[in-house]
Design a protein around this ligand. Sequence first.
Ligand code: ADP
Ligand code: MG
Length: 325
Amino acid sequence: MGEFDLIRRYFQRPVRRAALGVGDDCALLAPAPGMQLAISSDMLVEGRHFFLNVNPRLLGHKALAVNLSDLAASGAKPLAFTLALSLPRADEAWISEFAAGLLALADAHDCELIGGDTTGGPLNICITVFGEVPPGQALLRSGAKAGDEIWVSGHLGDARLALEALQGHIQLPDTLLEQTRQRLESPTPRVTLGLALRGIASSALDVSDGLLGDLGHILELSNVGATVDSRLTTPLIAASAYPQSASWQFDFNLQQQCTLAGGDDYELCFTAPAARHADVLAAGIASATPVTCIGRIDAAQGLRVIGADGALLASQWKSFDHFGS
Ligand code: ADP
Ligand code: MG
């Protein structure tokens, strides 16, 4: 099967919102009058972001999910995306599964595939998403103010726990491996929550490289500090299942490490004025997304983390950095 058959068969669908979709030199997209376009790209590279043998349907889902997560963090409504795909070979069974996972999530968010590029080479997936947001309403990293509360959505750390198990560093009981693996391979982009937080959150980002490192980006760009109480973070899925799993000794340090610095969570971390506490809870309920207040923004620079015993933790926390030491 040739390149163009492949595109037509798996990636070309009837145009919905776009003025022009797959098939021409450019796609044409008309945002609603007066709206700003929110644009973001994320690339997934084999061996770096996923294992060679990963289920292609889940990979299709995740490739788009991590991009939708950026729109969510900006409070933008998804419109469309492009897909640049490098494939080792035209394996139809693989491509049809990949497309099924990708397009199912796209349809769930009414986000239209409008173009891309397809080439031979090492497996590499690069998606660019386009969303829209009313001018001045995008959630930025730079708006946190002293006294604001710090919130996170969902559960943190499960994806990292699965990764540690899949890499053979730890052993998890089968059911826990399945649960956490689903969080790693099939993350839920918090798009509805992001939309509900417009006009409420003072800053936001999505947690992809670990909570404390990513929160550091908000602190830097907002020129503030923070205190996070690790006792307020929701437990890992695995930790809540621990009592039923007597054969497995849950390592507290590992749990803390995964929750605070795990990565691949794709939850939102955001700040809001303390006076908007009830509004944040309401946004969580309206979007059927758990939200948890885990700390507050301080005028004093730096990130302070309260540990299990109520004392400050000494560790320095850093984001995952592809080129860092
Ligand atoms: P060009 O030669 O102008 O770069 P291509 O031959 O690469 O165009 O692609 C032909 C058409 O197919 C274009 O409209 C392009 O956007 C679309 N396309 C290519 N690959 C993909 C893909 N993986 N998913 C969606 N659309 C694609
Ligand atoms: Mg091209």
